[in-house]
Design a protein around this ligand. Sequence first.
Ligand SMILES: [Mn+2]
Length: 260
Amino acid sequence: MALYLISDLHLASDRAALCEAFSLFCRRLDGQDCLYILGDLFDYFIGFDEQDAAHLQVKAALSEAAARGARAFFIHGNRDFLLQEEDARTLGLTLLSDTITLPTDSGRALLLHGDQLCRQELPLKLLRALGRSRTARALFAALPAHWRHAVARFVRGKSQQLQPKRSALPHKYGLQKEQTAALMQSLHCNVLIHGHFHLKEQGNDEFFPGSVRLALGCWGENYSYIRAESMPQDTSTAPEETVWHNFSLVELPLTTLTSS
Ligand SMILES: [Mn+2]
């Protein structure tokens, strides 16, 4: 029984190679395997659209994986935080809260997208807070499509502006260490797994002694994932009820996925 974690695929209908790579990746999921998508599955998202090639490809890939018994879970990113429970169900995903924890053999792991642990501009903060409310997401879904597109493009634009600053000025735009340490300790976690920075990284003792950080890279020229294992369980066992071990953080050229 394997656990796969991915984030920041930024799928879109005009990114056919990436959508295909996601489909091929999903073919690895077997039996009781679990896939956790830690946000930014889509470049931006304003509602499931049956005309959208990326949405259809994700739905087909996850439905094939589900037919083999695999399960797929989704945590909002800062680009697709308007994805609602209904969209998740249509796509074959179980929508989870923004922060979840899983037991591992090296302690409890905190899984999140990562943007909420960075300094944010106020408009982005407000929108993200709205996205956390089921009611606000439903109200947003009722807006005319051009309004929803405008909001989503605004978020994408702001996020793209910030991206180079995150790696150039990590103390200002990177993970806020005190805030991160406090959140981890409040949830009794010593392992942090996140995306958002589009950079595969592994760090030890960054927040407090014994803390471990695994950061997923984005998908583009390369693809990045984390794999872990657990003993086979009863099919009704939730992933958070089993202990995961043998974590590996991997980044490979996308061509190794598409040509295999
Ligand atoms: Mn991203």
